[in-house]
Design a binder for this molecule. Structure first.
Ligand SMILES: [Zn+2]
Length: 269
């Protein structure tokens, strides 16, 4: 029960055998909605061990949002320092390739360590994003109090446990309270948190909490459906399995009707 609303979704656990696990939605499908609203509305948000990635304020005074330990040094680095960093990463990648038994002098691999270093810096560029740059001047006063929903935002992220990709779609909804955000910024926000080492639950929660902080809306809902390479390409090898997580805040959390409208608009009901 407690997981259902905060960051529901079970990543690699019991949902493994379900082709399309939709944890927050399953209940609706089963027609069990009737009696659980009161329980849901009192579910505490923090149902897990406190994480600095979501327990700290969503946005720091300098505009960074849950930056990694080294994010500021990445942002402030000189071009020379950037080059040196890239070379250190490439050196480490070369070690990995050698240890795996490869010949890093053969033609196909010659430039791979540097290429990989640049790719990893790109895949993790979200740590450096400043939320003020991301939303720029796209917060507007608007007397609109109906649900805003953007579906099917493509996300590409990296599983922090295996450093391999997980990717899928994010659906973001909110009910404004006099303020709206330019629609493309919702995708930018998702991108900013996806380009980091992540777990899907946290990614979901960070997007919701940041949007909540930026707009102070009446409610926010984020659902992410993703495929994890660490899951489909090794071990259990459940090709095609996907993982669904959700985070509901404000009226999405407290009001079953709002939640249902959201799920209907998502085409889940
Ligand atoms: Zn993983």
């Amino acid at each position: 029960m407690s997981t259902e609303n905060s960051n529901s979704g079970k990543r690699n656990g019991s949902e493994v055998n379900t082709p399309n696990p939709t944890v927050p939605l399953k209940r609706s499908r089963l027609g069990l909605d009737g009696n659980d609203a009161s329980e849901l509305s009192v579910t505490p948000l923090q149902t897990r061990v406190a994480s600095p990635c979501t327990l700290n304020p969503p946005i720091d005074s300098d505009g960074l949002s849950w930056p990694s330990k080294g994010a500021r040094s990445r942002i402030e680095q000189t071009p020379e320092e950037a080059k040196a960093r890239e070379e250190r990463i490439a050196g480490a990648v070369k070690t990995i390739l050698n240890e795996l038994g490869e010949d890093t002098d053969r033609e196909g691999l010659l430039e791979t360590p540097e290429r990989y270093a640049r790719a990893m810096l790109y895949f993790t560029k979200g740590y450096e994003d400043n939320i003020r740059d991301v939303i720029k001047r796209a917060v507007f006063e608007e007397d609109h109090d109906e649900m805003v929903i953007v579906r099917d935002i493509e996300i590409y992220s990296l599983c922090e446990h295996h450093l391999v990709p997980f990717f899928g779609k994010a659906h973001i909804a909110y009910i404004p309270n006099k303020r709206v955000l330019g629609l493309s910024k919702l995708a930018r926000l998702a991108e900013m948190y996806a380009r980091r080492f992540q777990v899907q639950e946290r990614l979901t929660k960070q997007i919701a909490m940041a949007l909540s902080e930026i707009l102070k809306p009446r409610g926010v809902a984020v659902v992410i459906e993703a495929t994890h390479m660490c899951m489909v390409s090794r071990g259990v090898q459940k090709t095609g399995s996907s993982t669904t997580t959700s985070c509901m805040l404000g009226c999405f959390r407290g009001q079953q009707k709002t939640r249902e409208e959201f799920l209907t608009l998502l085409g889940r009901k």
